[in-house]
Design a protein around this ligand. Structure first.
Ligand SMILES: *Cc1c(COP(=O)(O)O)cnc(C)c1O
Length: 338
């Protein structure tokens, strides 16, 4: 099987497993796991040293810890309507934090500063004040689309002027960094809080880091504990993350090249494909023709797994465990299935 459903399906490499097996560990609930602390410090440093890092089991928890630092119950979060935070986290912002969301449809998921300016509002006796804006870099439902740094800077200026926090769901921010050569520190300077995944393109088996203001780290740890995310000898997982930071960032360029290869092959077959900016490819299926679930089933019969991402939308994701030859084979199977 060539599995292109997600970049989360990768297995840790033998070298990553060896690093995990050798990890020095302690009880992280007592703050005594040196490998977890090393990972937290390393990620904070990579993003310019503006924050303190907190290791959490999942990207969802990273986002939810961050949101709860900025937005109280009955207060408002602004994001695009397809944001992972509002579309894929099981209503967690409302469930855990009583957070109200206000969203706007944005092309490829990328908020426009004029929309942000329109949506921000102050609270009053019965009106709801915006406390945070969330952006997603790269944007998952947008097909791995990338916010240009200038657009993020414009949104930062608006949020600063309105005294509103800016959160980045940076599950795949590593891909944006490699695709645009924007330094990670340039991203780090913009956001009050930032979540990054180690288990997507970086290929670690689990784990995310949430970057928070230094003076709110203890509060973030308390939130993590309340959500059930305080782990003990978590250094075994953190070691996989540290290994990924050393060895799996630069190679994301290969995933991007493979996504372009697939998109080019599908475009040659006259399919409606989004131009991939990173490692995700979206295909809008022609009508008449089989729907996304039917195409995915046909692909599976041909040895290729893809995601039905909507009734007529396919998502194809490249990653560490697929090479150019298997991507070329997969493209032929997908084109035939459509
Ligand atoms: C995967 C993902 C998350 C959540 O990560 P999990 O580790 O699966 O909880 C958050 N945001 C985006 C954009 C993602 O793609």
């Amino acid at each position: 099987m060539i599995d292109l459903r997600s970049d989360t399906v990768t297995r840790p490499t033998p070298a990553m497993r060896a690093a995990m097996a050798d990890a020095e560990v302690g009880d992280d609930v007592y703050g005594e796991d040196p490998t977890v602390r090393a990972l937290e410090d390393r990620v904070a440093h990579l993003f310019g040293g503006h924050h303190a890092g907190l290791f959490v089991p999942t990207g969802v928890m990273a986002n939810q810890v961050a949101l709860r630092l900025s937005v109280g119950p009955g207060e408002e979060l602004v994001s695009d309507a397809d944001a992972h935070i509002v579309a894929h986290e099981g209503g967690a912002a409302a469930w855990h934090g009583g957070i109200q969301t206000r969203t706007t449809l944005s092309p490829r998921g990328l908020l426009d500063p004029t929309d942000v300016a329109r949506l921000l509002r102050t609270g009053g006796e019965f009106t709801v004040g915006t406390r945070a804006v969330a952006v997603e870099q790269t944007h998952n439902r947008g097909g791995g689309s990338v916010y240009p740094l200038e657009r993020l800077t414009a949104i930062r200026e608006l949020t600063t002027a309105a005294d509103v926090a800016l959160h980045c769901d940076g599950a795949r921010i590593w891909n944006a960094h490699i695709a645009t050569e924007t330094p990670l520190a340039a991203y780090g300077a913009l956001f009050d809080t930032l979540s990054v995944c180690l288990s997507k393109g970086l290929g670690a088996p689990a784990g995310s880091v949430v970057l928070v203001p230094r003076d709110r780290w203890a509060e973030a740890r308390r939130m993590r504990h309340r959500m059930g995310g305080a782990m003990r000898q978590a250094g075994i997982l953190a070691a996989g993350g540290l290994y990924a930071l050393d060895h799996h960032i630069e190679r994301l360029a290969d995933d991007h090249a493979n996504a372009r290869l697939i998109a080019d092959r599908l475009a040659e077959s006259e399919l409606d494909v989004t131009a991939p900016e990173t490692n995700l490819v979206l295909v809008l299926l022609p009508e008449p023709g089989p729907n996304a679930a039917e195409v995915a089933a046909r692909c599976e019969a041909g040895g290729v797994l893809v995601s039905a991402f909507g009734p007529r939308l396919l998502r194809i994701v490249t990653h560490l465990d697929v090479d150019a030859a298997s991507c070329a084979n997969a493209a032929a199977v997908i084109a035939a299935a459509v």
